[in-house]
Write a protein that binds this ligand. Structure first.
Ligand SMILES: [Zn+2]
Length: 202
């Protein structure tokens, strides 16, 4: 019997059986965020932990009931319309909550992630850290501030081949979000990124 086992006798099991925390996976498009999220969630499933996976309803990109990476890795997920709806769907015995496209959630998402982590859930959030103009994309900056673990993923600049931290929009639009449009974005480095390009091509 290990020390942990003997300690468990003194602790009422449910509430204190584990500690929660928040992990954030963030970077530009094409940097492998969803792949990394799916990899972590799969490992938890293999360990027979109870995993629930969510994405915002706005993202119809490839599949309504799966998270799908650009390399076609996929994992079953539920679509929710708000962070509060997400919270109501998490079961008491869930060990791990995965959230994709965190930047499309409302500003209450960090509070919801905090609440889940406080009650012992491992929360893993993937999302864009910047929009097409290079501006911090809420609520990801707030999540980065409160997360225990942060993974910054970089893509490769399609212009020069250096590490890419930006999502370049290639068509003219002032909408902050263009969902499901293929060929509309590419990864670029700081030097090759041009936030004016979308407007200049009008
Ligand atoms: Zn470049």
């Amino acid at each position: 019997m290990t020390g942990a086992d003997s300690r468990d006798h003194e602790i009422s099991d449910a509430r204190l059986r584990r500690h929660g925390w928040i992990e954030v996976i963030t970077g530009s498009m094409f940097s492998g965020k969803s792949e990394e999220l799916i990899r972590r969630l799969r490992r938890a499933q293999i360990a027979r932990q109870r995993v629930q996976i969510f994405k915002p309803y706005v993202d119809h990109r490839y599949s309504d009931d799966h998270i799908v990476s650009h390399s076609d890795m996929r994992i079953a997920s539920a679509s929710v319309r708000s962070s509060s709806e997400l919270l109501t769907q998490v079961a008491d015995d869930t060990d791990v909550v995965g959230i994709d496209e965190g930047q499309f959630f409302d500003l209450n998402l960090p509070t919801v992630c905090d609440a889940l982590a406080d009650r012992g859930t491992r929360v893993i959030v993937a999302g864009l850290d910047q929009d097409y103009l290079g501006r911090p994309f809420e609520p990801m900056p707030q999540l980065l501030a409160i997360a225990e673990y942060i993974t910054k993923t970089l893509a490769i600049c399609v212009v020069c081949g250096e590490p890419a931290n930006h999502t370049q929009r290639l068509v003219a639009s002032s909408d902050r979000v263009l969902v499901g449009a293929t060929g509309v974005y590419e990864a670029r480095c700081r030097h090759c990124f041009d936030p004016q390009l979308a407007a200049a091509e009008k």
